[in-house]
Design a binder for this molecule. Structure first.
Ligand code: B3K
Ligand code: ZN
Length: 867
């Protein structure tokens, strides 16, 4: 047994890619499952690529029991820090490796581990090497056969990828099952699950008429909470046939929900493993947001079957090839099934908030990174969400039809292989005939481009000129930036709200402008009055827009824009102007009558989608606002946001109350309309709870609520406004749900985000709760994740928040470095804070750096931050 973490972790570079020395055609795995001593026998057919006689395999936390080559006990090998090097090999051979591992000691939840007594695996990105010595890299594709043997009464279900081909009974109450996956796959898509579950069974008939068995496995007693996941799965399968022309390729699709999981879910071939958060839902225990999250994640993992599994990544630097594309596909799925504008607004918020923040952090990287120490650190908002924006830009440039031709060509050319981002762009370019050469810089360049726009109107010539400049500031690891190809959608409006047609050089032009150089000048003709420009409509590119809007222009856009995302954006820009002023000048917020009225108009407009109105009334969060300033004034931002909320609450009081009352009392269902009503009603409650005369509403709603959305709506309002009823309501909730960790996560999250100085004591109390466990990533994220982003508790000036964070990260460093590494992100931005906070945070980072056995996950980030 050896320790996997070398003293000084080494980086890998994208430029250093070399093809594997050997290919593995088939892999036959036999697992004899045991909590502390699992034995794995891996038999493979191996072929040397260029006559290589030496084979290096990676392996971690393994004990080698036997090595046979062509049936002969092989002694010509050496074990090292990374794994094993086997020498004197023939060009073609059968290899049998037997290893032993201890799943019960695996708290990192990578490789084979125990989740509440059930065996399960997580192999992406590099977890398979904790199961056996292997060429654990995505460009080695093999056909797998898996035999699992375990005790029958404790583990009646033995699952793996592909189709079940045989099973049998053994002595001593044990049994075995054999699975065969006909599709060659990389090791990161391998999965095994063994346990006792309740099973929800259904089927889907593909458009070619094949019947696919659908099976969802959940903890005993949770069957009634799996129906929404099943419905989402069937919707995903149908949608992928209709929109992308893609059909499922096995006879069975299984999903297992587990409680101990580092991320959301995993797309293992035919056997998805899910965090139970993204499977379990019912009216009493799940919010509407949970329901929508389940739909999106079930869709995402299903869509990976083509974009990820059938065509996989050549190396991990290409991760966005599958993730950016699959996020794009799941966003489109949610938009086609639900509200497109509301989905788009939520995606834009993620980009403009946390993704832009990542771009501005010491860990900033392009969507296709160049250098990696710990691959798990690169499952980021940049690779996923910005990656999806890059695919969306290609879609915008090509249009749906050409984009789908590109997808078709992509599968024709790369199905069954491991491809690169360049391969993808090449198929899009070829299928459409559109030049994407310059566009490709989006893959290699990090940071957020800024588009600065100025304009002039010439009343005599009736011309309107837009000057557009692009600039990307240097980022942590990239000093020089080149101009990008930025799709820039615009529209011009008259004062009366009508649209002015776009004419350049006497020709009418479309609304999509192409920004390719550092600066552009567009002169529009026949513009009969000074127009109001609507810029970067639909957020056609992940850039920061700078244009000096007058308040009256934004008020007008909120009213007349033909595009709901732009109406929302105009409102957000309007509010941002007030916030920026308040924070930078230290003045109080005083909203003009016009601003109040434009929000009022949205609130009372019965023709609008209520989910959209709820978004339009939602303030940008503290984290997003922080990104607008070079130095973050934590307290100034909190103060401005509190004042702004109060100002809107006061200005809209009677309409908020009217809306709140009119939306109550309807029968519960999860149609879009009902979700929208609840969203708007709870948004109103949030505002009303700022006003003393309405403090009782939250408690009233809590008392009569028959669903989790309204319960949490009430509890959040009580928490946000720190109402007198807060403690009571929190206690009632915790008594009612203390048996259910997943539901308690909502309570933990509220404790961690309490907007007052006592948040730390609430967090410490929460960690004493019977439902809390430091081993469970969901619990840790809900309590600590929310606290580390709490502007009041975490950033307390006495440094107590930072010190606590340091202690917690040190603990997690040994038990679950992946989770630690996600949590540390807010600390990496220490240099952006005031001197006092900066010093305090830096000290904690330095202490961490000096921690013995610092995992490479944390090492990579701490080093980057302290550089
Ligand atoms: N591919 C997985 C993520 C794996 C993360 C490894 N640390 C889930 C997904 O993106 O669908
Ligand atoms: Zn994914």
């Amino acid at each position: 047994m050896k320790d996997a973490t070398p003293v000084q972790p080494v980086a890998k570079y994208r430029k250093d890619y070399t093809p594997p020395s050997h290919n593995i055609e088939t892999l036959d795995l036999v697992f004899k499952l045991h909590q502390t001593q699992t034995v794995v026998t891996a038999t493979s057919k191996v072929l040397a690529s260029d006559g290589a006689s030496r084979l290096s395999l990676v392996g971690e936390h393994l004990e080698l029991k036997a090595l046979h080559i062509n049936g002969v006990d092989w002694s010509d090998y050496e074990l090292n820090d990374e794994g094993i090097v086997i020498s004197n090999l023939p060009p073609e051979f059968d290899m049998m490796i037997t290893t032993e591992l201890d799943p019960s000691a695996n708290t990192a939840l990578e490789g084979l581990y125990l989740s509440d007594g059930a065996f399960c695996t997580q192999c992406e990105a590099e977890g398979f090497r904790r199961i056996t010595y292997f060429l654990d890299r995505p460009d080695v594709l093999a056909k797998y056969t898996t035999t699992i043997e375990a005790d029958k009464s404790d583990f009646p279900f033995l699952l793996s990828n592909g189709n079940k081909v045989a099973e049998g009974e053994l002595e001593n109450g044990r049994h075995w099952v054999k699975w065969q996956d006909p599709h060659p796959k990389p090791s990161y898509l391998f999965a095994l699950v063994a346990g006792d579950f309740d099973q929800l069974v259904d089927s889907f008939t593909t458009r070619s008429g094949r019947k696919v068995d659908l099976e969802i496995f959940v903890d005993k007693g949770n069957l009634s909470r799996a129906h929404h996941a099943m419905l989402s799965l069937k919707n995903s399968m149908k949608w992928d046939e209709q929109r992308f022309d893609l059909e499922y390729d096995l006879d069975i699709y299984m999903i297992v929900a587990v409680d101990f999981f580092n991320m959301g879910a995993m797309e293992n071939k035919g056997l998805n493993v899910f965090n139970s958060k993204y499977v379990l839902a019912d009216q009493a225990s799940a919010t509407d947001k949970d329901y929508l999250g389940i739909e999106a994640v079930i869709g995402h993992e299903y869509f990976h079957n083509w974009t990820g599994n059938r065509v996989t990544c050549r190396d991990w630097f290409q991760l966005s090839l599958k993730e950016g594309l699959t996020v794009f596909r799941d966003q489109e799925f949610s938009s086609d099934l639900g509200s497109r504008p509301v989905n788009r607004i939520n995606n834009v918020r993620i980009i403009r908030g946390p993704q832009f923040a990542e771009d501005a952090s010491p860990m900033s990287h392009p969507i296709r990174p160049d250098k990696v120490i710990e691959m798990n650190n690169f499952y980021t908002l940049t690779v996923y969400e910005k990656g999806s924006e890059v695919i969306r830009m290609i879609h915008t440039l090509l249009g749906e039809e050409a984009f789908q031709s590109g997808m078709k060509l992509y599968f024709e050319r790369h199905d069954g292989t491991a491809a690169t981002c360049d391969d993808f762009v090449a198929t899009m370019q070829e299928a459409s005939g559109i030049d994407l050469d310059q566009f490709k810089r989006w893959y290699s360049q990090s940071g957020t481009p800024i588009l600065t726009v100025t304009d002039e109107y010439d009343a005599n010539l009736k011309t309107y000129t837009l000057n557009v400049r692009q600039y990307t500031a240097p980022t942590a690891t990239q000093a020089d930036k080149l101009p990008l190809h930025i799709p820039f959608d615009i529209e011009l409006y008259r004062q009366d709200g009508s649209v002015i047609p776009l004419v350049i050089d006497a020709k009418s032009v479309g609304s999509l402008l192409h920004i390719t150089q550092e600066s552009h000048r567009f002169v529009f003709e026949a513009v009969d009055e000074k127009p109001i420009p609507s810029l970067l409509r639909e957020f056609t590119a992940p850039v920061k827009l700078e244009y000096d809007y007058e308040e009256s222009q934004l008020v007008q856009l909120m009213k007349c824009s033909t595009n709901e995302v732009s109406r929302w954006d105009a409102g957000q820009t309007l509010l941002s102007q007030y916030i920026k002023q308040a924070v930078s000048k230290g003045v109080d917020i005083d909203l003009s009558k016009e601003v109040i009225n434009s929000f009022k108009a949205l609130l009372v407009d019965q023709s609008l989608d209520k989910a959209f109105v709820a978004e339009a009334l939602t303030l940008p969060p503290h984290s997003e606002v922080s990104g607008w300033f070079d130095t973050i004034d934590v307290d100034g931002i909190s103060k401005a946001l509190t004042q702004l909320k109060l100002a809107l609450a006061k200005g809209l009081e009677s309409e908020l109350l009217m809306t709140y009352q009119s939306l109550g009392g309807s029968e519960y269902d999860i149609s879009h309309q009902s979700i929208a009503k609840r969203a708007l009603r709870n948004t109103c409650l949030g505002y009303l709870s700022c006003l003393k005369q309405h403090h009782r509403l939250a408690q009233q709603q809590f008392d009569v609520s028959d669903n989790m959305t309204d319960t949490i709506g009430a509890l959040s309002s009580a928490n946000q406004s720190d109402l007198e009823s807060r403690e009571d309501l929190m206690n009632v909730f915790s008594k009612r749900w203390s048996h259910d960790g997943l539901v308690m996560d909502k309570w933990f999250m509220l404790q961690g985000s309490k907007p007052s100085a006592d948040a730390l004591s609430k967090v410490k109390l929460a960690m004493e709760h019977s439902a809390f466990s430091m081993q469970n990533p969901n619990r840790v994220r809900s309590v600590l994740g929310s606290f580390f982003n709490n502007p009041f508790g975490f950033h307390a000036l006495d440094g107590s928040g930072y010190q606590f964070a340091g202690e917690m990260l040190t603990k997690l460093n040994t038990t679950n470095p992946q989770v630690a590494s996600r949590l540390i992100d807010p600390m990496l931005k220490f240099a952006r804070y005031d001197e006092e906070r900066k010093q305090l945070m830096r000290r904690e980072l330095e202490l961490l750096r000096d921690t013995p056995n610092l995992a490479k996950d944390l090492y990579e980030k701490v080093e980057a931050a302290l550089k």
